[in-house]
Design a protein around this ligand. Structure first.
Ligand SMILES: *[C@@H]1O[C@H](CO)[C@@H](O)[C@H](O)[C@H]1NC(C)=O
Ligand SMILES: *[C@@H]1O[C@H](CO)[C@@H](O)[C@H](O)[C@H]1NC(C)=O
Ligand SMILES: *[C@@H]1O[C@H](CO)[C@@H](O)[C@H](O)[C@H]1NC(C)=O
Ligand SMILES: *[C@@H]1O[C@H](CO)[C@@H](O)[C@H](O)[C@H]1NC(C)=O
Ligand SMILES: *[C@@H]1O[C@H](CO)[C@@H](O)[C@H](O)[C@H]1NC(C)=O
Ligand SMILES: *[C@@H]1O[C@H](CO)[C@@H](O)[C@H](O)[C@H]1NC(C)=O
Ligand SMILES: *[C@@H]1O[C@H](CO)[C@@H](O)[C@H](O)[C@H]1NC(C)=O
Ligand SMILES: *[C@@H]1O[C@H](CO)[C@@H](O)[C@H](O)[C@H]1NC(C)=O
Ligand SMILES: *[C@@H]1O[C@H](CO)[C@@H](O)[C@H](O)[C@H]1NC(C)=O
Ligand SMILES: *[C@@H]1O[C@H](CO)[C@@H](O)[C@H](O)[C@H]1NC(C)=O
Ligand SMILES: *[C@@H]1O[C@H](CO)[C@@H](O)[C@H](O)[C@H]1NC(C)=O
Ligand SMILES: *[C@@H]1O[C@H](CO)[C@@H](O)[C@H](O)[C@H]1NC(C)=O
Length: 750
């Protein structure tokens, strides 16, 4: 017994010795690692002990060779800008190299490193600052996984790169600036193990070569956000192992072949933002595993195949901005129990929105505006307990706004409600039952614009404490602007233009918390929407997509019958970016205090009865890019200074003003006040904007100035006549009807 115990102890002891021995670090590898550590400016690695196999991030094999170097997210920074390939190259037994999420810079095009790591299986250098071109081939024939994504690498990915990549299963170069074609021989027999291919967010161009089919195990193919053209390669549809095809934001054209129905494992099909045409594959419904069908912004036509309703796993069905049509009432949604988002906006769908939709219990977003649908809001909509996004406007025959609002008030989660261009000519819901209700407690965006509604601004709106955007423009609303609007704690965007409002500018509006205090505004932050909304700031500008609730702090009151003075308290609205009071009956002086509004970018006071001078302090409005005081009773000199002189003379005409930019000189010149010519060319400095701008990247400082970045950079943008999301087309028509001369907005691409 005692012997056995002794033997046991001995065993432990000796195994310990063996254990220590096998980890004895090769001195030459140790010095290579130290050399690597020396090239880092930070951090100080705790690499001091004798046995380098115990160092942080290092693993050795039984023979004491370093096999793993894994220091992801360690804040590694180099002293110079040269990737430490020479020291790494000496670690010839390395199988795992993971230095992702650091700040390593330098070029990989150093053959010593790639050539000598003959055992490398895993190479993850993603999220660094690597630049330069790729070496001509992958380091080892054992390589299984390569992730170089989110660096600054460029050049072509040559076909030879994959030549001996027998066991490569995953290759990710997304989010770099690679160019040229997607390598054609990537699926040569040698790399038939490939499962994941990600080329997205680069500058690849040309057509997608055929040959993918040779990757007989390919599951994920992503190459979105590139400049790919041509049609979808036919043999892609032979790759029956495919689970995801994501090619959004390219220039692919042609039809989606019906052969796609052979890809029975497909769960994600994202071909949005291309130029695909033709009808949808008739047998799409055979793809019973499909969860995401994203085909927005193409030129697809015809009707939705009935078989689609057999895709019982569908989570998102998004086909907005196509030429699709047909009677939607034929569709039976009752089998789509997982459906969460339905986006069919801007098509030609007709018929009654089927009530089977209400059986999709998990629906969060319905966006079917801009169609010819016959929509009515039924109480059944309340069974959609998670519904937060509802855009039904600009369809046929939505009536009874009172009933609609009463029902919708019961949608507890509703955040975004757009019913523009509906209920034409009805009366604004304003009954006792509305006032008594406690609905819409989460509503942040309410759009009832272009509805031609009569009545007053109803007081039940005063209970919507979350409301950020209120758009009631293009109606026939009478009465005065209620003072309680100024108490809505989150209101930031107030659009009441093109109505028949009278009375004065309420003083209380000058205390709107979100426009007065940056602190209040910062607390609200950015609210992400279930479906994106679209917005084109001006006719020749690009359409922008917003994935979050988009607002600019503005007050639009133009084209009403408002009168009286502009209150001096307006100077408290520090955060206001646009103020449009044009085409009213405002009189008195322009308050000097407007020059306190340092963020002001567009100020339109034209077509009123304002008198006196333009305050000299206006020269301090540094962000101003659009300004109009034409057709008032203003007199005296236009204050000389940088900003005001850069506007067209038309901004000042119809007054008794003098001085630049007007042709008539002022009689009494007070000192040296020649206009500063250096700013005159500002108008022509219009920056090129990419045709489509996915605004997730727009983020700017606190997340509050959602669009401030581009606004500052792009002058053309700053001229924009802001209106909000989703109803621009119809508003445009209304505006024309109201003979608004200088509308600068235009239709979305259709
Ligand atoms: C350490 O590695 C070098 C080559 O990297 C080799 O020449 C040397 O023999 C190794 N030493 C031991 C003790 O294995
Ligand atoms: C790498 O190894 C070579 C030869 O074995 C040696 O000359 C060189 O100094 C080593 N480099 C580093 C950084 O250790
Ligand atoms: C450095 O590593 C040694 C052992 O490898 C350990 O005892 C020591 O606490 C570490 N120091 C720091 C600052 O991490
Ligand atoms: C590299 O390390 C990061 C962080 O631990 C990890 O998320 C990633 O999966 C690793 N890469 C590979 C290819 O294993
Ligand atoms: C490829 O992987 C298989 C199975 O894991 C292995 O047997 C083979 O040796 C690997 N080939 C290469 C070249 O690494
Ligand atoms: C490629 O890397 C990016 C991060 O840079 C990641 O978001 C993406 O999911 C990866 N692709 C695949 C197919 O894993
Ligand atoms: C691209 O890389 C940058 C920098 O590493 C990163 O901030 C960004 O999130 C990445 N974008 C995508 C789409 O992966
Ligand atoms: C791809 O882009 C390169 C460089 O911009 C250009 O020379 C080449 O003609 C393009 N190829 C195709 C097929 O458009
Ligand atoms: C793809 O499948 C079709 C029909 O099954 C077949 O005719 C064609 O030869 C296949 N193409 C390739 C490249 O395998
Ligand atoms: C689907 O694949 C089968 C064989 O796997 C083939 O016979 C058939 O032609 C394919 N169908 C289409 C529409 O490509
Ligand atoms: C839907 O699936 C059912 C059962 O699998 C089948 O009988 C029916 O024909 C399919 N409908 C369509 C339109 O493909
Ligand atoms: C609107 O609906 C209500 C029921 O909520 C009904 O009493 C009323 O008559 C309807 N109004 C019109 C104009 O149809």
């Amino acid at each position: 017994m005692a012997n056995a115990f002794l033997f046991f102890l001995l065993l432990i002891f000796s195994s310990n010795i063996i254990f220590e021995n096998i980890h004895a670090c090769n001195q030459s590898e140790r010095s290579s690692l130290l050399f690597f550590a020396l090239t880092l400016s930070s951090p100080q690695l705790n690499w001091t002990s004798a046995d380098c196999c115990n160092w942080q991030g290092i693993t050795c094999n039984r023979d004491g060779w370093v096999t793993h170097l894994q220091l992801p997210s360690n804040g590694l920074k180099l002293k110079g800008a040269i990737f430490p390939s020479s020291s790494l190259a000496n670690l010839t037994h390395l199988t795992h190299l993971n230095l992702s999420h650091n700040s390593l810079s330098g070029s990989l095009d150093q053959t010593e490193f790639f050539l000598s790591l003959n055992d490398l299986e895993i190479l993850d250098l993603s999220y660094n600052l690597l630049f330069g071109v790729l070496p001509s081939s992958l380091p080892s024939s054992h390589i299984r996984m390569v992730d170089l994504s989110s660096n600054r690498l460029h050049g072509a990915v040559s076909s030879s790169f994959f030549q001996q990549a027998w066991n490569l299963t995953s290759f990710n170069v997304s989010n770099n600036t690679f160019s040229g074609p997607i390598p054609s021989s990537i699926c040569s027999p040698s790399s038939s193990s490939l499962r994941h291919l990600d080329f997205s967010f680069n500058n690849f161009n040309g057509s997608i070569s055929s040959g993918l089919v040779k990757c007989s195990k390919l599951q994920v193919f992503r190459a979105g956000h590139n400049y790919l053209s041509g049609s979808l390669p036919e043999d892609m549809f032979n790759s029956t192992t495919l689970e995801e095809i994501s090619l959004p934001l390219n220039s692919l054209y042609g039809a989606v072949s019906d052969r796609i129905s052979n890809l029975t494992h497909l769960t994600t099909l994202d071909l949005s933002y291309n130029q695909l045409s033709g009808v949808l594959p008739l047998h799409l419904g055979k793809l019973s595993k499909l969860k995401y069908i994203l085909l927005d912004f193409n030129y697809l036509e015809g009707s939705l195949p009935l078989s689609l309703m057999n895709c019982t796993n569908l989570v998102e069905l998004r086909m907005g901005s196509n030429n699709l049509g047909g009677d939607i009432s034929m569709l039976n949604f009752s089998k789509l129990g997982q459906l969460s988002k339905l986006g069919l906006r801007k098509n030609n769908f007709s018929g009654i929105l089927p009530s089977s939709l209400y059986s999709c219990k998990f629906l969060k977003a319905i966006q079917v505006n801009y169609n010819n649908l016959e929509v009515q809001i039924q109480p059944e909509i309340l069974s959609l307990k998670s519904l937060s996004f509802l855009a039904l406007g600009s369809n046929k025959g939505l009536t009874n706004v009172t009933r609609a609002m009463k029902i919708l008030m019961g949608c507890k989660c509703l955040v975004f409600l757009s019913l523009a261009s509906s209920f034409l000519g009805e009366e604004m819901p304003n009954g006792v039952e509305m006032a008594d209700s406690n609905g819409f407690q989460n509503l942040r965006h309410l759009d009832l614009s272009s509805c031609n509604l009569s009545g007053i601004i109803p007081s039940w709106l005063s209970k919507l404490k979350m409301l950020q955007v209120l758009d009631l423009s293009g109606n026939r609303i009478t009465g005065s602007i209620p003072s309680w609007l100024g108490t809505l704690p989150r209101l930031q965007t107030l659009i009441l233009d093109f109505n028949q409002l009278s009375g004065e500018f309420p003083m209380e509006l000058c205390t709107l918390p979100m426009l007065v205090s940056g602190q209040a505004a910062a607390q609200v932050g950015r609210f992400y929407l279930e479906l994106p909304v679209y917005f084109q700031p001006s006719a020749d500008a690009v359409t922008k997509q917003y994935n979050y609730l988009f607002f600019v702090p503005v007050i639009y009151l133009s084209h009403n019958c408002l009168s009286g003075n502009i209150p001096i308290e307006i100077g408290q609205l520090q955060l206001l970016q646009e103020l449009d009071l044009s085409a009213n009956n405002f009189s008195g002086n322009i308050p000097d205090q407007i020059s306190n509004l340092k963020h002001m970018e567009r100020l339109d006071l034209s077509m009123n009865h304002l008198s006196g001078k333009i305050p000299a302090s206006f020269t301090g409005l540094n962000f101003l890019s659009s300004f109009n005081v034409s057709y008032n009773n203003l007199g005296g000199p236009i204050p000389p200074g940088t900003q005001l002189q850069s506007f067209n003379a038309s901004a000042f005409e119809g007054n008794q003003l003098c001085g630049g930019p007007l042709p008539n000189k002022c009689q009494t010149t007070e000192g040296a006040n020649a206009p500063d010519m250096s700013t005159q060319d500002a108008n022509t400095k219009e920056h090129q904007i990419p045709w489509f701008y996915v605004s997730v990247a727009v983020g700017f400082i606190t997340g509050f100035w959602g669009v401030c970045g581009p606004l500052v950079l792009m002058r053309k943008w700053r001229y924009a006549y802001y209106h909000f999301v989703d109803n621009v087309q119809d508003r445009f028509h209304v505006m024309i009807a109201k003979c608004m001369a200088s509308m600068r907005r235009k239709l979305f691409r259709s």
